[in-house]
Design a binder for this molecule. Structure first.
Ligand code: DX5
Ligand code: ZN
Length: 219
């Protein structure tokens, strides 16, 4: 069976001083823009506050896939959905009422997604699969770009694939995705790929996305 795949580049490793230009480079070849939001509490790094993120979202030529790595994410998630994100991902570890938050995101017309850190089991969250449009399995510890892909997460990706069953839920991987690792993640069941440093450390970001897509589609 050929699965539809998506490339969702992360701007975490892009040049933040000229973000519009950086986004332009990849907008013709990407499916969504992956926006990493970090608060320096849930993860030891900070990216944008909501005001800055809102500006990026409103100007972005691509649909925005917000990955919220923030503590007390319940109300923050709704603000990102209201701000026009196409997809809003909450970490289960940071959410106090997962059901209500997912329903709130969907009510705003955005796709709702849950993410799990490497030490969090996806099987404990299967009750939410009827309320989500995407699952994100972290393949690095969240917080920084440029880390090594954790091959040992592939068992969890396969587990998530079987929990999805026939539901229309995207299965995203995030962390260390490159030309060397994308097929490993695809073979485990992933269909939606975040790539940060592989794309923005490349002299040709759009070309890199095309190459990653070809790899993910190759047999
Ligand atoms: C890490 C972020 C990722 C990061 C991926 O916490 O969620 O989206 O940008 O970067 P690479 O592809 O360099 O691992
Ligand atoms: Zn991310």
């Amino acid at each position: 069976m050929t699965r539809e795949i998506r490339l969702t580049p992360s701007i975490l490793n892009a040049d933040f001083t000229r973000l519009d230009e950086e986004i332009q480079k990849i907008s013709g070849v990407s499916d969504l823009l992956h926006l990493d939001v970090m608060d320096n509490i849930f993860v030891p790094n900070f990216t944008f506050d909501f005001q800055a993120a809102e500006k990026i979202i409103s100007k972005c030529p691509l649909p925005v896939d917000a990955h919220l790595m923030v503590a007390s994410v319940d109300s923050v998630a709704i603000s990102y959905a209201e701000a026009g994100c196409a997809s809003v991902t909450i970490h289960v570890e940071a959410c106090s009422d997962i059901r209500q938050t997912l329903q709130g995101i969907r009510k705003c017309g955005a796709r709702a997604a849950i993410a799990v850190k490497p030490n969090t089991l996806i099987t404990e969250y299967s009750e939410f699969f009827d309320l989500i449009d995407m699952v994100l399995i972290m393949t690095v510890e969240p917080g920084f770009g440029g880390q090594k892909f954790m091959t040992e997460m592939m068992e969890k990706v396969s587990k998530a694939r079987s929990l999805i069953g026939s539901r229309d839920i995207w299965l995203q991987v995030d962390g260390g995705i490159s030309l060397e690792t994308i097929e490993i993640a695809r073979d485990a069941g992933a269909d939606t790929f975040v790539a940060g440093s592989a794309v923005f450390n490349s002299p040709d970001p759009a070309g890199m996305i095309n190459s990653l897509r070809s790899k993910a589609l190759s047999q």
